[in-house]
Design a protein around this ligand. Sequence first.
Ligand SMILES: [Zn+2]
Length: 186
Amino acid sequence: MRNKKGEEKLYPLVQRYLRRRGYLTLPRKGGRVQADIVGIRDVGGRYSHEIEVVAVEVKNRKRTRLRYVTQALGYSKFAHRCYLAMPARYGEEEVRYARQMGVGLLQIGGEKIREVLSAETKIPTETELTGLLRRFDFVKCIFCGSIVRRSQATRINRINAFGEEKHLYLCKSCKKYLQLQVIGVV
Ligand SMILES: [Zn+2]
């Protein structure tokens, strides 16, 4: 599935486009659910943790097809916004179908990217979202809810009432805070 028709040369353009819109873009890491390009940003403002994941299907083809839109839609399992990006003009039929599916369309023209249609917000499951973050070594602190790098967090294993083992994480700051609580400093 990799490097179909020189798609990878378009990846830096799409990544730059997303970075300019405040997304942290992550390199593709093989595996099942991963899209060509994934962008993550914090949309929670000062008082809440809310992340938004955007996933882009990149096709380096002259002709657009409905099934490319369907492919991009598949990313809604783990992304809030799904896009198809191509160096082609989208026909009326594709635009209509993409609008119906809530998939956004990006047109790549030389070095520029133009949003032809914006993506609707999807609702990925918590499990899929957590799985995606883990693929990039990001985890959520169980205490404060911050997304942090896994290497900066402490894992806590718990077995729940269903006999399932869960791996939970505590960020550095919370670990320190809780330790201080125990010794009665804070
Ligand atoms: Zn924390």
